[in-house]
Design a protein around this ligand. Structure first.
Ligand SMILES: [Zn+2]
Length: 297
């Protein structure tokens, strides 16, 4: 079975550091990273994987986001790049987004939740419990409860239950969703971080979220920019698990690239390779939602 999939960059960030962060430069002291979300059209409804930044983040950033991350990442707050506006541009009704699957609850993944108040939000229980505990100063800056008006619709899953899938364990399907969408625990960046696998006609897509940040990290001889290496170190909750999961992802990319296509949330090169369009551009309008499949991946 194949499902129609749209890749959406739900607002770029412009991190301090330029090429030291994104490996490309081009914007002087500021680099460019994506917030790569995926819209899946099943037979009857829409499923959104991660939400990027949302309308309320665009309207009033200081009320939603920490000063520290606003300064460090300086998101490019263009309303047309929010998930809800891109979904409307594709001629879908945002009310058809019945499910949201979250890789984790960081501010740059959960900001659009409030734009889909009726959706059921699927995430690992460990993510919910650590994010809501607000234990450290960094936790309070990265996990922003003001973005979570959907909290009463959250459906959480215990880590450990599930099956094996391409070298990963505790992989599970999600309540109310077809078995073509799977949650793949990829703990490390946060305690409840997960990837999301989506079955396509000719293989799987694996959205690895923030399990890695830079496309060369998936090479045989992995490499990363100093800036993104530092950022991942600063944000990691479980370093051994994070590195182990990166190794598993690397193996998957090297050995099964014909069966599974892996990408992460913030790499603009991967986004542009997958979509064939610049990360700063919204998708072009689609005339026939809930119709035939059009994309190979
Ligand atoms: Zn992120």
């Amino acid at each position: 079975m194949g499902q129609r999939v749209h890749h959406l960059n739900c607002i770029s960030t412009c991190p301090l550091g330029g090429a030291i962060m994104d490996g490309r430069g081009g914007a002087g002291l500021r680099g460019r990273l994506t917030c790569h979300c995926v819209l899946v059209e099943t037979a009857t409804e829409l499923v959104l994987v991660d939400t990027g930044f949302g309308l309320r983040d665009v309207a009033d950033p200081p009320s939603r986001l920490s000063k520290f991350f606003l300064f460090l990442l300086r998101p490019e707050f263009r309303e047309e790049m929010t998930a809800i506006r891109q979904i409307q541009r594709l001629n879908y009704d945002p009310r058809d987004v019945r499910h949201i699957v979250l890789t984790h609850l960081d501010f740059d993944h959960a900001g659009g939740l409030d734009d889909f108040p009726h959706a059921t939000v699927h995430l690992l229980e460990a993510e919910r419990s650590y994010a809501t505990a607000q234990r450290t100063m960094l936790d309070r800056m990265r996990f922003r409860p003001q973005q979570w008006s959907t909290q009463r619709n959250w459906r959480t899953y215990a880590y450990g239950q599930g099956e094996r899938w391409h070298g990963f364990h505790a992989v599970r399907d999600l309540q109310g969703l077809p078995p073509d969408i799977l949650m793949i625990p990829l703990v490390g960046h946060t305690f409840g971080h997960a990837g999301v696998a989506i079955r396509r006609r000719n293989g799987w897509l694996l959205d690895a979220g923030d399990a890695y940040f830079y496309h060369h990290e998936m090479d045989v001889l992995p490499g990363c920019t100093p800036g993104l290496r530092f950022y991942q170190w600063m944000m990691e909750k479980d370093r051994p698990e994070r590195l182990l999961n990166q190794e598993r992802l690397r193996l998957l990319c090297l050995e099964r690239s014909d069966q599974v296509k892996v990408f992460c949330a913030h790499d603009a090169v991967e986004f542009e390779r997958l979509t064939g369009r610049a990360a700063a551009e919204p998708p072009s309008a689609s005339r026939r939602p809930f119709s035939i499949e059009t994309h190979a991946w």
